[in-house]
Design a protein around this ligand. Structure first.
Ligand code: GLC
Ligand code: CA
Length: 570
């Protein structure tokens, strides 16, 4: 507990400011007999707006483009889309550098386009979650422009300003996660400001209660306009040690050539939880959900983000799940058991706009689509809320740049070739097999991979065995089956190194999920009597293996990378 008392005192103004809101906490109505909230029954999907659908053919996706695909999202079974930032922005970090939190960037449309998209979404049963960049603004935000101009103006203390240690010496050794020092000198103030990400993304000073009030107010602006929640960007790094203690250096260098550093004094400081509570207080009157970009290294850290009284994030993402490899039954079984052991409601994520696509991570070149189906069944049938990534449902692959001059993501230019940036997982959605996959009639901002000819919405809709129809069927099942909505989770056949099997039990029914996560054929025998289900056969619900309508449980044959899902009753 480093300097805890100091921190409590420093946070008091912000805490006091929000005490009245506490009384506005509303307990929202559950959607089922188990007391679950709406977001526990929902399927979420992240949409990267630059790449989803381009309505005006300038090569960049936009809100009207998203609006035009709401019927597709409904057909697929997506209940909520999280749209990556579409606020006004210089686009240094493609929207994660916000210059106005209460408007839409003209490249994406207008506030009226937002209202229209929100309305069409509502008609299709698709809610909108926006992406709130909490840690930093753009250096072109008016708050920062004023803050940089003078040490005494009204915004002087809205960012993290410090004197250098000496001439040309930054205040301490902290590094930006995007390479180089985390400090940038500004002559007008004769001081440095702190940026955990790019220099164009100065960190807000969350110890200033005015910052907290303005930011909480911006979330309310959007709740009033109909957004049903926020995905909170980069929450781990909201606070820094006020004493600016140097971080410990570790052996070796990172991909930018900087020494490895353990972010002991600028990552997950305890004050982060006060801000999570403040954001939650603002969300509660609107029954809104908060999703966190929570990079944790163990389940205990993840549990912290829910709040001791469940008064912080309802949905901190389990991003450790995106790091599991290789594809082995044991690895997934073990991690999933650890997550459930915390007793919290998990949030399952396989990839996003910062992480190589799951399809490309697990493909073996021989069973690629089948592997994608195994991974889909594995996580979409678990207890918890899933967040899919756009294009995952059609088996989109990464398309990494092969030449430095093609790279759009600045970290790819800085770290080339070790770090190729995140362009590969951000390519245009593949709608059909016409040029540019039907995303635009202009020049797409990123090239479409050749796989669009086989992996696109139109062709896959027509193929009953496609990855897309498999996802659609899984999601339909997940929405209607009480055992998948409300049932518990029990792993079965835990010593099987190749086949991962689990049961979702609810009252006198259960859904059995059997996944061959190996490249060889397997025959498994499942005895569920210890779990309360003595019958030795199942009714087949969905399978990529060869199974009849009824399947004997003492000999389920699974070709390499296949799925069997069946129903058992008491
Ligand atoms: C988050 C975003 C990432 C962005 C960074 C800085 O990690 O997901 O895309 O670059 O925050 O805002
Ligand atoms: Ca456009």
């Amino acid at each position: 507990m480093r300097a805890l008392s100091f921190r409590l005192i420093a946070c008091l103004p912000a805490m006091l400011l929000f005490v009245p809101l506490l009384s506005a906490q509303s307990k929202s109505k559950p959607v089922d007999a188990e007391g679950h909230q709406w977001w526990q029954h929902a399927v979420f999907q992240e949409i990267y707006p630059r790449s989803y659908m381009d309505s005006n053919n300038d090569g960049i996706g936009d809100l009207n483009g998203i609006a035009s695909k709401m019927d597709y999202l409904k057909w697929l079974g997506v209940d909520v889309i999280w749209i990556a930032p579409c606020f006004p922005s210089p686009q240094v970090d493609f929207g994660y550098d916000v210059s106005d939190y209460e408007n839409i960037d003209p490249m994406y449309g207008t506030l009226a386009d937002f209202d229209r998209m929100q309305k069409i979404g509502k008609q299709n049963g698709v809610g909108i979650v926006f992406d709130f960049v909490v840690n930093h603004t753009s250096d072109k935000h008016k708050w920062f422009i004023e803050s940089a101009a003078s040490k005494t103006g009204p915004y002087a203390d809205w960012y993290v300003w410090k004197d250098g240690k000496g001439a040309n010496q930054p205040p301490n050794n902290w590094q930006s996660t995007f390479g180089g020092s985390a400090w940038q000198f500004v002559g007008t103030r004769g001081q440095y400001y702190y940026h955990y990400f790019y220099p164009q993304q100065p960190d807000l000073n969350w110890r200033n209660s005015k910052v907290a009030a303005a930011m909480y107010g911006s979330t309310v602006f959007w709740y009033k306009r109909g957004v049903v929640g926020f995905r909170l960007d980069a929450v781990d790094t909201l606070f820094e040690d006020p004493n600016l203690t140097d971080n410990p250096i570790q052996p070796g260098k990172n991909e930018y050539g900087d020494p490895n550093m353990f972010p002991k004094y600028n990552d997950k400081l305890p004050e982060v939880h006060d801000v999570m509570k403040g954001l939650r207080n603002a969300a509660n009157p609107y029954n809104a959900v908060l999703i966190g970009e929570t990079w944790t290294s163990n389940v205990a850290e993840l549990k912290d983000y829910y709040g001791k009284k469940h008064d912080e994030l309802q949905m901190p993402m389990d991003l450790m799940f995106t790091e599991l490899k290789p594809l082995k039954a044991d690895i997934f079984r073990k991690h999933i058991a650890a997550v459930y052991s915390s007793g919290e409601w998990p949030v399952w994520v396989m990839s996003n706009h910062d992480i190589k696509r799951a399809y490309s991570r697990f493909a073996d070149g021989k069973h690629d689509d089948n592997i994608a189906k195994v991974m889909a069944a594995m996580y979409l049938l678990l207890r918890g809320t899933p967040i899919m990534y756009y294009g995952e449902e059609i088996g989109m692959q990464n398309n990494d740049p092969t030449r430095k001059e093609d790279v759009k993501d600045p970290i790819g230019q800085l770290g080339w070739p070790e770090q190729k940036g995140r362009d590969g997982e951000r390519t245009p959605m593949q709608w059909n097999d016409t040029p540019n996959a039907g995303f635009t009639k202009g020049i797409p901002w990123l090239p479409v991979p050749a796989s669009y000819q086989t992996h696109n919405v139109a062709s896959e809709k027509a193929d009953p065995n496609s990855v897309l129809n498999f996802y659609k069927n899984l999601l339909a099942m997940r929405h209607s089956d009480p055992a998948l909505l409300d049932g518990d989770y029990v792993a079965v056949n835990e010593s099987d190194a190749n086949v991962y099997s689990y049961l979702r039990r609810y009252k006198n029914r259960a859904v059995l999920v059997v996944l061959n996560m190996s490249e060889s054929s397997q025959t498994v025998s499942v005895d569920l009597s210890a779990q309360g289900f003595g019958a030795m056969q199942a009714k087949t619900l969905l399978t990529t293996a060869k199974a009849g309508d009824t399947q004997a449980l003492d000999g389920i044959s699974l070709a390499p990378y296949t799925v069997y899902v069946g129903e058992v009753t008491k």
